[in-house]
Design a protein around this ligand. Structure first.
Ligand code: AMP
Ligand code: MG
Length: 539
């Protein structure tokens, strides 16, 4: 114990365990847990915690210093070996729809919440360890996580934060010193991998499935208690703490959830993020991106792409379908809270907030991506649809395309503008330049002309347009092949690329002259390589 460590100054408030009903069983074995929101459970100790990386920004948000984070004490605490005074660890009970079917109780099968702190700015942060052993919700699995999936979750949480996408966060990535057996390709060839633990951080980890479980079990008193708790704790600006909540209040809260969800999805579509497993247990009630599993980033713009091999047939969770799936998930949440409102028409009306917010947000987002002052429905709807069809028609790198488009000198695009001129700025955006046919080239040149006419109407300088576009079109995204390279090195004991990627992703919209290699399109060797183009759920 180190008395001067900032860790010992953390103030735990633990409202969740103080106000919600606990499981009465205190033994740790797998079971159905009814009439409770959580079960107390202690993280399993590990043999050799080794800190591989931590997020500076997250540490600051928790009032922790660099030396706090680099201490052995920190590694012990965030590997689950040592509890701080005030910690009261627990796993949460929740259910969910998986791939469209009700799956019953799921719960924190390999996540243990250490407690909730209130920082010096009065912000609430829940600290939770992912991969720290069995809980009552582990079902037939081991409660552990391997290095590769932990690297991916750690890096992506922080990358998304810096990209301005609502997300849960990650404080630390720690090797446990334990071996974990995984059948990565589900082909009957299990192999030992290095175990790791990520400390995830969020104001709340509650999911749509956290509400669904009570309704599915007919525990309506508990449902009401849980919704009231959520509103007071996670939506403090909505109502006075003392107000007793009415049906109208519940509707208003649900509208907020619809709006936050829509905002999150607009951001995903903006940066080319594909979650991969949008089950209702992976949908945060705060509209945060949560549970980074077989997610991926679009290299070439392809609305039909999903990285998740488990979903390769139906492609339920493909990029282009994320907006509709979010709505489907909200409908499931609406059904779950129906008993509190008992008015289907009003709930359906509240649900329309999702489509409204999504389409408004999408239009604003596309206008910004294209450097337009406003989205003029009459002209810009067609302009956007035409562009998205062209991007999908031939393999075009989404991130590179928008960055390069900012460089187009619209004032000099005249009737004679040619595809070769466009290639002067756009060459790198194409994966198969030799495959571009005349029809495509003519279509793209025509689009560039329409676009230039449209931009000129706004009368802004090119410098202003570049600034506007580069604020929303990232130069750097966490490309799948880059994470895989970082993982391959980490497996060999070299963690430098994990830290390099963490560093480059701290400023994703800035030109970073010495980091050009991280902005390159996916190399050919990565086209069909597992981890680079596809991922299994095994983690
Ligand atoms: P996910 O696909 O990560 O959203 O997980 C779905 C459910 O499976 C959640 O209840 C997880 O806690 C649980 N789960 C996933 N992997 C493991 C594991 N290795 N051990 C225990 N539970 C797990
Ligand atoms: Mg999950």
């Amino acid at each position: 114990m180190n008395n001067s460590s900032g860790l010992n100054k953390l103030i735990f408030d633990n409202r969740y365990v103080k106000e919600l009903p606990a499981d009465s069983e205190s033994e740790n074995f797998c079971r159905q847990v009814s009439a409770a929101s959580f079960s107390r459970v202690i993280p399993t100790k590990v043999s050799k915690p080794l800190l591989l990386a931590y997020s500076r920004e997250m540490a600051v948000a928790l009032d922790l210093s660099v030396s706090d984070c680099n201490s052995d004490y920190f590694a012990q605490v965030f590997a689950g070996n040592q509890l701080l005074s005030g910690m009261d660890p627990y796993a949460m009970c929740y259910g969910g729809h998986q791939f469209g079917n009700w799956a019953g109780q799921l719960g924190d099968g390999r996540v243990i919440n250490l407690g909730e702190i209130i920082n010096s700015e009065n912000q609430r942060w829940v600290l939770q360890l992912k991969g720290s052993g069995l809980t009552p919700y582990s079902r037939n699995a081991d409660g552990l996580a391997v290095l590769r999936s932990s690297v991916r979750e750690f890096l992506c949480s922080e990358a998304m934060y810096h990209l301005g996408v609502p997300t849960t966060r990650a404080l630390s990535l720690i090797l446990t010193g334990e071996q974990v057996v995984r059948d990565m390709f589900y082909d009957g060839r299990p192999k030992a991998e290095q175990g790791a633990i990520v400390c995830r951080v969020s104001p709340s980890f509650n999911r749509f499935g956290s509400f669904q479980i009570y309704t599915a079990r007919g525990e309506l008193d508990l449902l009401r208690k849980f919704v009231d708790f959520t509103i007071r704790t996670d939506f403090p600006d909505l109502f006075e703490e003392s107000t007793s909540l009415t049906k109208t209040d519940y509707l208003h809260w649900f509208e907020q959830v619809c709006q936050k969800t829509a905002e999150m999805i607009v951001h995903w579509q903006r940066v080319g993020f594909v979650h991969g497993v949008m089950n209702t247990d992976n949908m945060s009630i705060l509209g945060l991106t949560i549970d980074y599993g077989p997610y991926g980033w679009l290299d070439n713009y392809d609305p039909d792409w999903t990285p998740n091999t488990t979903d390769a047939g139906e492609r339920r969770y493909r990029y282009g379908q994320q907006p509709q799936i979010a709505l489907w998930n909200l409908v499931q949440l609406a059904k779950a809270i129906h008993p509190l409102i008992e008015d289907t028409e009003l709930i359906q009306q509240a649900l329309t907030v999702y489509n409204q917010s999504f389409s408004q947000g999408w239009q604003k987002m596309m206008a910004d991506k294209l450097g337009l002052d406003h989205f003029e429905a009459e002209t810009d709807e067609q302009l956007c649809q035409d562009l998205l069809s062209l991007l999908a028609e031939v393999e075009t790198d989404m991130s590179i395309f928008y960055r390069k488009l900012a460089l187009l000198d619209v004032a000099n695009v005249d009737d004679h503008y040619s595809f070769d001129q466009l290639l002067e700025i756009m060459e790198n955006a194409y994966y198969r330049i030799e495959a571009l046919n005349d029809d495509y080239k003519a279509g793209m040149v025509n689009w560039i002309k329409q676009y230039s006419i449209r931009v000129l109407k706004d009368n802004k300088t090119q410098a202003d347009r570049i600034r506007q576009m580069n604020r929303v079109n990232p130069k750097y995204v966490l490309r799948n092949y880059l994470s895989q390279q970082a993982i391959d090195k980490a497996d060999q004991g070299d963690f430098s690329l994990v830290n390099d990627l963490l560093e480059v992703m701290r400023r994703p919209y800035d030109e970073q002259a010495d980091k050009e290699e991280f902005a390159k399109k996916r190399p050919e060797w990565a086209r069909n390589k597992p981890g680079c183009s596809s991922l299994s759920c095994s983690s």
